[in-house]
Design a protein around this ligand. Sequence first.
Ligand code: NAP
Length: 380
Amino acid sequence: MQYRKFGKSDFKVSTLGFGCMRLPLQSTGGEPDMTKIDETQAISMIRHAIDGGVNYVDTAYPYHGGQSEVLVGKALKDGYREKVKLTTKMPIWLIKSIEDCDKYLDEQLHRLQVDSIDYYLLHAMNKERWNTVTQLGILKFLDKAVMEGKIKHVGFSFHEEIDFFKEMLDAYDWALCQVQFNYMEDRRWEEEIKYAASKDIAVVVMEPLLGGKLAANQPDEIKAEFSKTNTNRTPAEWALRWVLNHPEVTLLLSGMSDMEQVEENLQSMDRATVNNLSIEELKTIDKVRDIYEAKTKVKCTGCNYCVPCPKNVPIPNIFGLYNESNIYNVGEQSKAFYKRVMKAEKGVLSCIECGICETKCPQKLPIIQHLKEAHEHLTT
Ligand SMILES: NC(=O)c1ccc[n+]([C@@H]2O[C@H](COP(=O)([O-])OP(=O)(O)OC[C@H]3O[C@@H](n4cnc5c(N)ncnc54)[C@H](OP(=O)(O)O)[C@@H]3O)[C@@H](O)[C@H]2O)c1
C-alpha cells in the first residue's frame, strides 16, 4: 500500500480508502433492497482491506438508508477502530436548527458506536446549503464539537457548482475536501484540486470509477485502445491509477462491492504512485476519453441555467441519464432511474414547450427536441 501525507497533519493516509456507499447486499430474490447489507461479507471486506493497509473509512448518514454507519460500527469492533481514521458526514439537508446538528451528530456517534469521529464533513455542499451553514451558525457548532472531542477535524464534500468550490475552500480552515474526480470529469477540476492542495487541504477523491461505469461494459473501441498498451491492466486499474497520478490527490475512495474488487484494488494501488503513468499512457487515457465523449448525445454541460423549469422538468438530470445510457452502455440502469423521475415529476411529459429553457441555455441547445429524444430513448 502507498501512503501520502494528509493535508496539514502528519498523518500518512493509505492512497486507497474504503467508501461504504456500495456495500454488498443480501440477495432477497426481488428488487435489491439498499438497506439490507450482507453484513458478514461487508465486515470481512472492510477488515480485509484494513489488514491490507487501508487506514481510512468513509461513510455517511444516508448511505444504505442509514445502515452503512451501523455496519461500519460493527466492522470496526475487535480492535479495527484504532487502525483507521473514520469519516462520516452531517446530512445538511435535514438540518433546520442548530439543535438538529447535535441531534444528528449524537445519533451518528451512537450508530457508529464510537466516542469520536476523526473527520466530520458537511455533506454534498453547494451554495444553497452553504447559506444554511452560515445562517444557522453551523461552523461554530462544529468548532464546539471539536472542543468537546465528538469530532476531531472538519471538512466538506462537493459535487457540482465548480465555480463555487474555491469560495468554499477559502471560507474555513478545512482539514479536507472530498470531490468527484475521474478521467471523464470536467478538466477544470484539475485546477481546483491544485488550489486545495496549495492550501494544504487534503484532497479526498470520490467516484474515481464514476460509480463503476469506467470499470464495466466498456465499448470494443475502448478495450482495443487499452489493449494496444500491452499492460494487462483492468479498466478499473487504469482509472484508479489516473486519479493517483496527480500529486494533489491525497487518497481515493473506492466503493468496493465484493471481495474480488477489494483484492484487485489493494494490489493495483500498491503500484499507483504519483506520476505512475508515462506520457504515452496519459495519451491512451486521452484517446479513451475522446471515444467516450464522441458518444455524447446532448452537449449539455450541466450548468443548470435552464432550471428551475416552470413545470419542474429536471432537464439536466434527464440529459445526464440519456448521455450516460449511450456513453457507458448502461441503458437499463438509466431507464430504471428515469422511471423514478417519471414517478416523482412526470419527466418530460410535464413539458409544455414554453421554450423558456432554450432562451437561458448558454449552449443554445434545442432543449425541447432533445427532451423528446431522451424520453423516447429512456422509455423504449
Ligand atoms: N460525499 C458524497 O457526496 C459522496 C458521493 C459519492 C460517493 N461518496 C463516497 O465515495 C466513495 C467512492 O465512490 P463510489 O462508490 O462511487 O466509487 P467508484 O469507485 O467510482 O465506484 C464504485 C463501484 O465501482 C466498481 N468497482 C470498484 N472496484 C472495482 C474493480 N476493481 N473492478 C471492477 N469494478 C470495480 C463497483 O461497481 P459494481 O458494484 O457495479 O461492480 C463499485 O460499486 C463512496 O463509496 C462513498 O463513500 C461520497
